[in-house]
Write a protein that binds this ligand. Structure first.
Ligand code: ATP
Ligand code: MG
Length: 415
């Protein structure tokens, strides 16, 4: 095997791909900041038990998808498959309990060993938010509103649907679990092997299985909504009312269950039809049990994560890179003057390209190729008089200006 290939499921980001990627990331953070979210960057690897303890032994991530290795010192380390566990770990190690509520935005690579296909990589990237320390439904509403706002800002609101469900509090879920297990046990022969195992360990996951037999078995199964206690129902009503007040449309999806044990109350996903099987672009929920389960002080939390690659694919256009101004000496004699002018303009904040070599024609071709907005041409006469010719490369219009006034003459071309 040639080692100049990227590892399966990984990608280089350059040209349009990186422009789209950064656009998603930057617009998202810009919106999150307007809601008071600050950035957190946790390490890309953690001790393995940060993930096994939080994601639970039955989740797909832990059972199949983690990149785990042993260090030279004999410690078990895992490349992070998702962002929440690391943020919760940072909250505990940093002793941040006294500083709640805390609002974090994160972005960066995640790693999961799954079958690569469109919208599914082994190294992919997420943006996400976490709101820690707020038990009330206002937090759920705000976190969903930030997500919706980001999708609006990316001009994707027409392409996605918000689906939502309540997983209830632990009491409601325990009551429902018993009913569900009894119901599915009676239909065990229809269930996939995986779901038969889940029946004991994580029966609610069977509800969102894609296996045809499982689907048939759960089609008429009792719904969690019927088993929500008063507290859970009133919590969910408040979330819905809050979204209505924000003018955010949602669809209730009773089979939306997040795979992880620590989720409760609100679970939601923004989905699209435009990406085939990889239809979920943003997913999240409330995880009040998580930080306590990790050994930290009981702290409610809610958040979401979105795949940057999937969002990038949905963008209607590639954002334009900032366009440079080309500085062009007519002959070698003017090169030194051009270089010092370039230094002055860069110091003033202009994006300046100076071709490394070639005659004037070759340099003009390069200016076109790099999509320069304007060219500043200096020949023998201009050099002698301290002037320069500024040419608008869109219209072809040009004028002579004094080099002293060059910044003013170029102001219209500043990115
Ligand atoms: P899926 O059902 O597509 O496997 P998931 O439930 O595993 O998604 P989450 O763990 O909720 O996904 O991650 C949140 C988001 O991260 C997803 O909605 C998706 O946009 C993105 N994502 C997850 N796994 C991948 C991957 N392997 N490649 C690219 N994006 C991914
Ligand atoms: Mg997955």
């Amino acid at each position: 095997m040639s080692n100049s290939q990227p590892v399966r499921g990984t990608h280089d980001l350059l040209f349009d791909d990186i422009l789209r990627h950064r656009h998603v990331e930057e617009r998202a953070f810009d919106v999150a900041k307007r809601y008071g979210y600050g950035e957190i960057a946790t390490p890309v690897f953690e001790f393995t038990d940060v993930f096994t303890r939080t994601l639970g032994g039955t989740s797909d991530i832990v059972t199949k998808e983690m990149y785990t290795f042993e260090t030279k010192g004999g410690e078990s380390i895992t490349l992070r498959p998702e962002g929440t566990a690391g943020v919760a770990r940072a909250f505990i190690s940093g002793g941040l309990a006294q500083q709640t509520p805390l609002k974090f935005f994160y972005r960066g690579p995640m790693f999961r060993h799954e079958r690569p296909q469109k919208g599914r990589q082994r190294q992919f990237h997420q943006i996400g938010v976490e709101l820690l320390g707020v038990a009330g439904p206002q937090a759920d509403v705000e976190v969903i509103a930030v997500g919706q706002h980001i999708l609006n800002e990316l001009d994707l609101n027409g392409a996605v649907t918000l689906e939502m469900n309540s997983l209830g509090d632990p009491e409601s879920r325990a009551a429902y679990r018993d009913v569900l297990v009894a119901y599915l046990s009676a239909r065990k022969d229809k269930l996939s092997e995986e779901s038969r195992e889940r029946l004991e360990r994580n029966p609610m996951r069977i509800l969102d299985s894609k296996d045809p037999g499982d689907r048939e078995a759960v089609a008429e199964a009792p719904r969690l909504a019927a088993y929500l206690n008063e507290t859970s129902r009133s919590f969910f009503d408040k979330v819905k009312a809050g979204l209505d007040a924000h003018g955010i449309a949602y669809k209730i999806n009773p089979s939306l269950v997040r795979g992880l044990d620590y989720y409760c109350h609100t679970a939601f996903e923004f989905t699209t039809d435009a990406l085939g099987a990889q239809g979920t672009v943003m997913a999240g929920g409330r995880y009040d049990g998580l930080i306590g389960q990790m050994g930290g002080p009981a702290t409610p939390g809610i958040g979401w994560a979105a795949g940057i690659e999937r969002l990038s694919m949905l963008l209607k256009a590639t954002p334009e890179a900032k366009r440079p101004i080309a500085l062009i000496p007519v002959s070698e004699a003017e090169e030194a003057m051009v270089l010092s002018l370039a230094a002055k303009l860069r110091a003033a904040g202009f994006i300046i390209d100076v071709a490394y070599s070639g005659n004037m024609k070759k340099r003009m071709n390069r200016a076109d190729k790099i999509k320069a907005v304007a060219a500043v041409i200096i020949g023998g006469d201009e050099a002698r008089d301290g002037n320069a010719t500024v040419r608008n490369l869109g219209t072809g219009e040009q004028k002579a200006v004094s080099q002293k006034d060059i910044e003013t003459a170029l102001a219209a071309y500043k990115s």
